[in-house]
Write a new protein. Structure first.
Length: 320
């Protein structure tokens, strides 16, 4: 059995050092909650009460119909181990009722963005395809009276020469007077040994208002040798650096780290994070979500089979 000491990942960011210590599983699929019955997938953490370490976690759950829906859980990070206070039984965003829409077969990869006191839910819509496996595109919903309603019937990012196939998981940060989105963009699918294989990586979009975006094809994090996917970033700022945790895979997903001084050109750290913490995450770790309560920091992530085993966490300790 691997020792606890060996499983700690260390990262230097400016004058500080991160120690990332994998802990345990928090959220498992719940058979009695339809939207969360088979998978607890990619999530986003909204801080509700920083002083009392309370957060709302938006989760890409999956039903027995194999379609993702976005639901929420309230979690306390106050004690030694995070505690689930409540899991809402009704999703905050369901799949489209209109057959053929870009989000007919799934809504997933949530992220909350507050603009002028209004709350927006960015998400990805999933549509199964025939000639290749699926398409994915970024959508937008807004909150009214505690419920989210789609702003657009169509994707927020239209198909164009920069993103001719689709767009997927993303993360947004505001720097001075502009928003930067790090989003997944698809390359053409490839056939390897008779099997369709996706190829995607992370590009950059810029916005002055958080709603209207400009894409120029700039790549933040590209594919390394033999990789087929670089995706699901989680961006934050620390010690004057723009930092990203993200997933990358050849066969199975692992989580990596990259940093930038300007938010455009990134230095990717070579080694994957050591996040295996039991059977639930023994084969893969993916879909990171950075959580910052100032004096407490965490990394949430999914384990084997894209969240079929659930969502776990690592503790982040910062030292100079």
């Amino acid at each position: 059995m691997q020792s606890r000491k060996k499983s700690i990942s260390k990262i230097k960011i400016g004058s500080s050092k991160f120690s990332i210590i994998p802990k345990s599983l928090i959220i498992k699929p719940q058979k009695n909650i339809p939207w969360l019955s088979t998978h607890a997938g990619a999530c986003y953490v909204e801080i509700l009460d920083k002083k009392n370490y309370k957060a709302k976690v938006y989760i890409s759950g999956r039903d027995k119909d194999n379609k993702s829906r976005i639901g929420t859980a309230i979690i306390s990070f106050k004690n030694k181990k995070p505690k689930i206070l409540k899991i809402n039984k009704i999703p905050v965003l369901d799949i489209s009722k209109n057959i053929g829409y870009f989000d007919t077969d799934g809504v997933l990869y949530p992220e909350i963005l507050k603009i002028k006191k209004k709350k927006f839910l960015y998400y990805c819509g999933w549509l199964n395809a025939k000639s290749f496996n699926y398409t994915c595109n970024i959508g937008l919903a807004s909150e009214k009276n505690g419920k989210f309603k789609r702003v657009l019937k169509a994707p927020l990012f239209n198909i164009n020469d920069i993103d001719p196939i689709g767009t997927a998981s993303f993360s947004i940060i505001k720097i001075k007077n502009k928003f930067i989105m790090y989003y997944t963009s698809f390359n053409p699918w490839k056939i390897k040994k008779g099997i369709l294989v996706h190829n995607y990586f992370i590009k950059i979009a810029i916005s002055s208002d958080g709603l209207n975006w400009k894409r120029e094809g700039k790549i933040a994090l590209g594919l390394k040798k033999d990789e087929i996917a670089v995706a699901k970033p989680s961006v934050f700022k620390l010690n004057g650096k723009i930092c990203i945790f993200f997933s990358a895979r050849k066969k199975n997903y692992s989580i990596f780290f990259a940093e930038s001084s300007d938010g455009i050109k990134f230095k990717r750290f070579q080694n994957k994070l050591k996040l295996g913490s039991g059977k639930w995450s023994s084969e893969s770790q993916c879909y990171p979500a950075y959580v910052d309560f100032d004096n407490k920091k965490f990394l949430l992530y999914c384990g084997n089979n894209y969240g079929k085993s659930g969502i776990g966490y690592a503790e982040i300790k910062l030292s100079n």
